[in-house]
Design a protein around this ligand. Structure first.
Ligand code: BG6
Length: 485
């Protein structure tokens, strides 16, 4: 048998990924309006009473607006990238990044979401960020909407439940496409579009307590996002024929718990429920298997005339995913469970887990990449992957994060194998290259970065940046194009 050596292609994009609401801060500066993320309070673990720290009620919004709430809202503070972007981008460049994924905070551009005219200061800010990236030859990968629906759209329409939001989104998309036309080639329409059915508020600015049938409402909101994504893709190609639009899925791959066909069937259903989103984005139509799910759950999606044609005519150019872990499916409700990205899972005895219970499965990334490529034959971009962990700063200021290096090394090795299997992989952006606020818990102590940020869960700290051991390791990985792991 001939030994086969997989390798990364020469033009492979290496970098890191972020979201505006988790890094920027400056939540009310230079004309920015409020967004969904600005209302997510930090709740210490011992005091949490609900699964989704991100799912917010109308009452919590009222309290926050009236100033009656004593809560802290860490996503208003981020890690101060808004003011430190030059220093931060210089650190990314020092690691040799060839790509950086960030989101535009929609409410910096259209403060209420429904405004007629954009906010020039917001547009200028992203011009500055883009110029700084391009100065170092770092390719920007821009997400249009990463859990940042402007609050004005929630107040007026209850977010994406209302069809009107499609037009506001497309106006926003067109505005930034025209403005950054010569600077950005890769765009993502919605971050983890599947989250809308797990947290309608996070994914779509939808307050479920304002809806009679929240499940129906979230699928309706999703339909509007699908149509909006296709219309944005249409605009993008008109304005920039060479630019590429990607969809983004939190890939939650499910293995059957046992070889019992009932478990295998359950895993198949769970996988379909996850791949449904990329099926619509890439194939341009709702898959038939969803009809049964919709019937069983009394969901009736209201489509306007022409929606099906829009989805069909303007599919995405590439698939992007976040991949942190894999899950186990069982037909039985029994068994020990563990926490996971957006949803929990049965515990897999073959896998270790992070400090937050997320099951670490590097081989899973190879399986996922092969499955996705077989299914769509479209290029794939891994736009999120990484290990959230507690870090310790030693007396001399060093941070020895061997556990993070181990996690990343194993995942990158399996990505390389997937490329060897024939998968067309465009690039890899590790999540949170500079420590940022956690999406699910709003903690700072859940750190993903190569660069440490001196800030704790209560918001104390100097914000000073410190290079971790993984910083020097990732720099070598990039320098050697993934040869030296
Ligand atoms: C993804 C999100 O689900 O996971 C990011 O797109 C998020 O916004 C990341 O930060 C990691 O999740 P968490 O909850 O550890 O921050």
């Amino acid at each position: 048998m001939t030994e086969f050596k997989a390798e990364f292609p020469k033009n492979f994009l290496w970098g890191g990924a972020t979201a505006a609401n988790q890094i920027e801060g400056g939540f009310n500066e230079d004309g920015k309006g409020l967004s969904a993320a600005d209302f997510v309070a930090y709740i210490p673990k011992a005091e949490r009473t609900k699964d989704h720290a991100m799912e917010i009620t109308s009452e919590e919004i009222r309290n926050a607006l009236s100033g009656e709430s004593n809560a802290r809202f860490p996503k208003r503070e981020g890690n101060d990238f808004y003011h430190r972007y030059k220093e931060d981008i210089a650190l990314l460049a020092e690691m040799g990044f060839s790509a950086f994924r960030f989101s535009i905070h929609w409410s910096r551009i259209f403060p209420n979401g429904y405004d007629e005219m954009p906010n020039e200061a917001g547009l200028q800010y992203y011009d500055n960020v883009l110029d700084e990236l391009l100065k170092y030859n770092i390719e920007p990968i821009v997400t249009l909407s990463h859990y940042e629906t402007p609050y004005g759209l929630t107040e007026r329409y209850n977010g994406w439940v209302s069809r009107e939001v499609i037009d506001h989104y497309v106006r926003y998309a067109e505005t930034v496409f025209k403005r950054y036309k010569n600077k950005v080639k890769y765009w993502l329409s919605f971050n983890e579009i599947n989250i809308i059915n797990l947290s309608p508020y996070t994914g779509g600015g939808v307050l479920s307590d304002r809806e009679e049938n929240p499940l129906q409402a979230s699928y309706q909101a999703l339909h509007h996002q699908f149509v909006a994504s296709s219309l944005a893709t249409k605009k993008l190609h008109e304005i920039m024929p060479d630019a590429k639009m990607g969809c983004m899925l939190a890939r939650m791959s499910h293995y059957p718990n046992t070889a019992n066909p009932e478990d295998v069937l359950k895993a198949q259903k769970d996988n379909q429920n996850n791949l449904f989103y990329t099926d619509v984005h890439a194939r341009g139509e709702y898959p038939k298997y969803m009809n049964r799910f919709f019937k069983e759950n009394d969901i009736e999606i209201v489509k306007a005339v022409g929606d099906d044609e829009i989805l069909k005519q303007y599919p995405v150019d590439f698939i992007s995913i976040s991949y942190y872990m894999s899950m186990l499916s069982s037909a039985s409700p029994e068994g020990e469970r563990t926490e996971g990205n957006l949803m929990n899972s049965l515990k897999n005895p073959y896998l270790e887990a992070s400090d937050w219970g997320w099951q670490i499965d590097p081989i899973g990334i190879r399986i996922v990449l092969n499955d996705l490529y077989d299914r769509y034959q479209l290029p794939i971009f891994i736009v999120e992957n990484g290990l959230g962990a507690y870090d310790q700063v030693e007396e001399d200021g060093s941070i020895h994060d061997a556990y993070r290096i181990d996690y990343l090394r194993k995942h990158i090795q399996e990505m390389k194998e997937a490329i060897g299997d024939g998968v067309e992989l465009l690039g890899y952006t590790a999540w949170g290259p500079i420590d940022l606020v956690s999406m699910s818990t709003s903690e700072m102590s859940k750190r993903y970065g190569f660069v440490y940020v001196d800030k704790d869960d209560e918001g104390n700290g100097t914000l000073e940046r410190k290079r971790k051991d993984s910083f020097y390791w990732y720099k070598k990985v990039i320098e050697s194009n993934g040869e030296e792991l």
